[in-house]
Ligand binder design. Structure first.
Ligand SMILES: [Zn+2]
Length: 256
């Protein structure tokens, strides 16, 4: 019997050790499941801390902090691949990509040495996921400017953006709200026009939150989730009679 046990141990131990080497390991934080393989423990812990602080900053700034939607098995998942090569093999991402998110699956992928991931990509993609949790993952009424405006909300400087946009309004280099709502950014989009799109998108969200408060923005997001109609949600939460009226208010805010 004893000899049999010893034999089992001898036969199976190397196999178990070999299988564990390439397996995903898991670190759980309050709102995240973080999967990694050979990444140093300090890297994984730093990422967990950054993700938790992004989560709390984003939910505070948007007014979503009373909805604690990412706990227990509803936590978002982050995969840290060991190398850029492993990451690209899995995601098929271009070689400049440092991170990728599948918003509807609450899933983000990156790799150990990804440049700019913690400071830029992580807050941007997390904001996308948090916002979609609020307005509905399959809600077709959410325009791209609103999504990207929310995702770019952290780290922007409204004074610099307002100065640039005010100049654009005066010189005619400005995308109207109607065009902004129809615009789908493709890879072939002109770089300057894409930058203008992001600046305007951010300023629209900033206008709604700083002029009317977080409570109204939450109510607007809930109305958008329930009505699946942008104009209806805007007029229900704010006093805009129509989209033109909303655009007028936004432009006046930029020029002020
Ligand atoms: Zn984005």
């Amino acid at each position: 019997m004893c000899r049999f046990r010893f034999l089992l141990l001898f036969l199976f131990f190397p196999i178990v050790a070999f299988a564990a080497k390439g397996d995903w390991q898991l670190l759980k934080s309050t709102h995240f499941f973080i999967y990694y393989k050979e990444a140093p423990q300090s890297t994984v812990e730093r990422l967990a801390q950054a993700a938790e602080s992004c989560y709390s900053n984003i939910t505070n700034e948007l007014g979503f902090n009373r909805f604690n939607f990412w706990t227990w098995d509803r936590r978002a998942r982050i995969y840290i691949f060991d190398t850029q090569q492993d990451y690209r093999k899995d995601t098929d991402a271009p070689d400049w990509s440092a991170g990728q998110a599948a918003v509807a699956n609450k899933l983000i992928k990156t790799f150990v040495t990804a440049p700019g991931f913690l400071n830029n990509i992580l807050p941007h993609e997390l904001a996308h996921i948090i916002f979609r949790e609020m307005v509905g993952f399959n809600n077709p009424a959410v325009p791209l400017w609103l999504e990207e405006g929310v995702a770019s909300y952290q780290g922007e400087n409204i004074y610099a953006v307002k100065a640039k946009l005010a100049e654009g309004i005066r010189s005619g280099n400005f995308i109207s709200l109607g065009d902004l709502s129809r615009l789908g950014l493709s890879k072939s989009e002109d770089k300057a026009r894409a930058a203008l799109f992001y600046a305007e998108a951010y300023s629209l969200v900033k206008y709604l939150i700083s002029e009317f408060g977080r409570g109204k923005f939450v109510f607007f997001c809930q109305s958008l989730r329930d009505s699946r109609n942008l104009a209806a949600a805007l007029s229900k939460a704010y006093s805009f009679s129509n989209m033109a009226n909303f655009e007028e208010g936004w432009k006046a805010y930029i020029l002020r």
